[in-house]
Design a protein. Structure first.
Length: 578
């Protein structure tokens, strides 16, 4: 009698390594123990191609496993030596180098010490008590003495040289790539909140370093240099996922304990947002959807209610002016909360264009994207709230249409009323924004006109034009001879051809994709060029390589009849247009 069949339900990492998987959800114990990324049990990852990508992934994971095994062997001895050395030098209580867990307790088990190559040092002596909060500090390279000496002053925080490089690369390059429009003013403290939150939130810190390592590696590969930073990327990602799991288990305490809230809950949400970008940029299919769902659920559920209980409901007040008429300085928590609100609203709304669902944000936090809100989406992604709200409503309209047809309850008059209301709102907004674009059709006045159009105005206008096309495609589908669709597309393409600034192309993926879906055959070459060239196509943004093949397929299929449902089916609901 033959033995039991080998399970084929193991995680993708164990399948790649050809190892037994315990199939624990959401991440298997084998991967957790080795601090390697567990790629879960969902759809087959893009790198699982039986080719070069799969070989490269197997090699990188193998290197991480080797590194982890060596580190386990030497870590116990290293800890004892460090404790003895600093105990003898200072004559004070032994320094506890194990990082604190999110539940406030200090972990001393070997596994918890393996969370980082260089754990954070916390002195527990009366002269230098440990921090009062339980937020995670990043790992450090060396331990500082408890007392300063004339020759070696004590260090507040020491970060390894490798991590310093990754941290600065993230702050200087990656964050700007994620949010090209985000330029906070002096009254907001600049980006100081970002560094503060990174240093106090361990999963966010390591998620950012993993993204930074990935970005640097992509640059090296694009320059035909050797592969660099893969093991660093995997290691930081493993630490982030482990810490984030711990945070999610303790999320109830993070939310209800007034001494911990709001910073720790904000840090947990920011960590999920950072993982969205990592999975997206690295081209890991639809893995980003899990993190987006986690972040929006956390924000719109108990955490938002707790913010109101703490007296922070005024975060959405549009007035930031003092009695003297000048803008008031904002607290760090207010700045972080507003930034995350805008980011989550942006990502949630854009994600529904290729899923055909009403955005979660419109269900749970409509005030965040209303015109009277103190949160401004244009400060994060360039487009004003009113346009993004209408795009979300169009996605909801598509969901209503498909569900009503499926259940045999479609009412044409009701559907027409909803679509007409959205169309009217878009036309009113476009009429207002078009005042700056009156001379766009006349090339003699184009350069003079551009001098008075701000990046936010241009981005909002192009998003609004794409929203009218999106609405038409949802309601009527594509008809090349449509007398309604043709002028919409022609106007949008005129703006793109004559006035799209090169430094804004990177931030205009969403409207360019929608407009390109309805482009005339003579304009297809324009979109081929845009979607196959820098700055939109970037070697570190692997998800963008999928856009042009999808457009080509749309152009081919629409000759035989094409509706927005075709776009959703082609993208597999895994495309995020950023």
């Amino acid at each position: 009698m033959s033995g039991p069949l080998r399970s084929k339900a193991g995680c993708w990492t164990c399948r790649l390594r050809k190892k037994k998987c315990d199939e624990k959800h959401p991440f298997c114990s084998t991967c957790e123990a080795l601090t390697i990324t567990c790629y879960g049990y969902g759809s087959k990852p893009d790198w699982m191609d039986n080719g070069e990508k799969e070989k490269a992934m197997a090699h990188s994971i193998k290197q991480v496993v080797k590194h982890t095994s060596r580190r386990k062997g030497r870590l116990g001895t290293s800890i004892s030596q460090l404790q003895n050395r600093y105990s003898k030098k200072s004559g004070s209580q032994v320094v506890n180098i194990a990082p604190k867990s999110l539940d406030g307790s200090s972990s001393s088990s070997p596994d918890s010490n393996l969370e980082s190559d260089h754990p954070t040092a916390h002195s527990n002596s009366p002269a230098n008590p440990g921090p009062a909060d339980t937020s995670m500090s990043p790992s450090v390279d060396t331990l500082s003495e408890a007392q300063s000496t004339p020759h070696q002053p004590s260090s507040i925080l020491a970060v390894s040289s490798n991590e310093s490089i990754l941290l600065m690369h993230f702050l200087d390059n990656v964050f700007c790539l994620q949010y090209p429009f985000y330029k906070p003013g002096v009254h907001e403290g600049g980006r100081g909140w970002l560094l503060s939150l990174l240093m106090k939130t361990k999963p966010l810190y390591h998620a950012s370093l993993a993204l930074s390592a990935y970005h640097r590696s992509a640059i090296f590969l694009a320059e035909n240099r050797c592969q660099y930073g893969v093991s660093e990327q995997q290691e930081h990602l493993a630490i982030c996922l482990k810490e984030l799991q711990l945070a999610m288990k303790n999320i109830g305490k993070l939310i209800t304990d007034i001494t911990l809230c709001p910073r720790n809950g904000l840090g947990t949400m920011a960590s999920s947002v950072q993982l969205i970008f990592f999975e997206l940029f690295a081209g890991h299919g639809d893995a980003w959807r899990f993190h987006l769902r986690a972040a929006t659920t956390l924000f719109s559920g108990p955490y938002k209610a707790q913010m109101a209980m703490l007296g922070l409901e005024a975060l959405h007040s549009p007035s930031d002016l003092g009695k003297d008429g000048h803008e008031k300085p904002k607290s760090e928590d207010v700045v972080i909360f507003r930034f995350l609100s805008a980011v989550l609203a942006w990502l949630d709304i854009v994600s529904t264009i290729t899923t055909g669902k009403l955005p979660h944000v419109i269900h749970s936090m409509p005030e965040e994207i209303s015109s009277s809100s103190g949160i401004r989406l244009e400060n994060v992604m360039g487009c004003k709230n009113w346009v993004m709200l209408q795009i979300g409503r169009i996605s909801g309209l598509y969901e209503y249409k498909t569900e009503a047809i499926r259940q045999g309850q479609f009412v044409c008059a009701e559907f027409g009323g909803k679509s007409e209301e959205i169309r009217r709102e878009l036309q009113i907004g476009l009429a207002s924004s078009s005042l700056s674009f009156l001379s766009l059709s006349d090339p003699e006045f184009a350069s003079a006109c551009n001098a008075f159009i701000t990046p936010h105005q241009f981005t909002t206008h192009l998003f609004a034009l794409s929203a009218t096309i999106y609405l038409h495609l949802v309601v009527f589908g594509y008809q090349s001879d449509s007398e309604t669709l043709k002028p919409m597309v022609a106007e949008a393409i005129t703006v793109i051809r004559r006035h799209i600034p090169a430094d804004l192309t990177h931030a205009l993926v969403c409207p360019l994709y929608i407009i390109g879906s309805a482009a005339r055959s003579e304009d297809e070459a324009l979109f081929r060029h845009i979607f196959s060239s820098p700055p939109l196509l970037d070697p570190s943004l692997e998800h963008r390589a999928k856009f042009l093949p999808l457009l080509e397929e749309i152009w081919r299929m629409r000759e035989t009849g094409w509706e927005w449902e075709t776009n959703i089916q082609l993208s597999g609901s895994s495309l995020l247009l950023i």
